[in-house]
Design a protein around this ligand. Sequence first.
Ligand SMILES: [Zn+2]
Length: 420
Amino acid sequence: MKTIDLSKEVDSHEHIKFAEVAKTVYKARRTVVLTGAGISCNAGIPDFRSSDGLYNMVKTKFPTKVVKGQDLFDISIFRDEMTVSLFLSFMEQLYSFSETASPTETHRFIRMLKDKKKLLRCYTQNIDGLEQKLGLKTGLSVSDVDTGRGFVKRWQALDVVQLHGSLGHLACTSCFCNFDWNSEYRRQLAQGLSPDCHNCYLKYQERLYSGKRLTGNYGFLRPNIVLYGENHPQAEILASGINKDKSSRPDLLIIMGTSLRVDGVKKLVRALASDIHARGGKVLFVNKTPVSHAMWSSVIDYEVLCDCDRFVELLRDEIPDLFLTQEQLDSKRLNQKLITPPRTPESKLKQDPASVAVKAEVAVKPEITVKPEVDDSQVGATPIKQDPHHTPTVAPKPRPRKRANPCKQKATKPTKKIRS
Ligand SMILES: [Zn+2]
């Protein structure tokens, strides 16, 4: 594994290594991107693990209830009413941040890869849904549970796979019916209250008035995300989709903004890296903090230490063409054809007709420089022709006015040829 530290000023040694990375990105044809919370920090969405993150804000509110940041995303949070209340309040705040946030340079980089037909798939651990704001297709619907006929087509239409679900919808804990956020749900969730499921309520009413036995299954709404320790409702789809991507011959994996601590994600990286390496491809890791070299040195080829957006900006500086649209590239190429290529001063002297005139003037320069040495009495006669040294080179014809050109005046100054 080669480590490239771009968090400080880039020296020539680091730049050479970065150029290798840029070349790898440029040449790759089927790139898989894996992202984590680090790519959304610059969008204003706090990383719940960081010291000033959202987690700390909630911890201040409920000081005795949360031990560590990951607890907020762990199924164990549903063990008592107080932590459920804390969870719902936390999610409403996170949804508020996501709603107003804008995609980052890194999100736009992923969109660019899609536009260039270089993106095989993006897998994200993020639940903020910022990719959707750039028109990237995310999410899987209930109909996709059928992994049979037609599944491949639906999977291939997907740009971003949300490994942990999305904050974009609420889901019932009992019937799993999905609901959009509305002002009433937000008000309740912000207070740590759980909204009732309207679908469950209708079923309850139906059984009540038809005299059927009441089952008591009555769910409430929570964000449609997958918590740690919770069975993934679309695990089968994911497994089929990942296998499909592996068989599509990816040649580059870029891991961005994640510290690779989640077991499922570790397995995904190892599985993809194995196939990519077998075909001569590369695995690139971009994050502010390093990974364990003991664990990842045989999996990751390049470890780039810096903010993800900075990485994208440096990549743009290194390979600007990658970031241009086809229209911009065509325009650039056309302009290059129209503009005469710049020439060196030497070649210009050789090819430019004007330079030929300058050379000619250098040759006749003796006539001009000699003049001050000529006796005044000789002026007006033919004194120069009588000089045996000057006769062969002197052109007695009058100089055209255009010799007043500064270039030509310069050319008359040297005196070497006279002396020779
Ligand atoms: Zn329900």
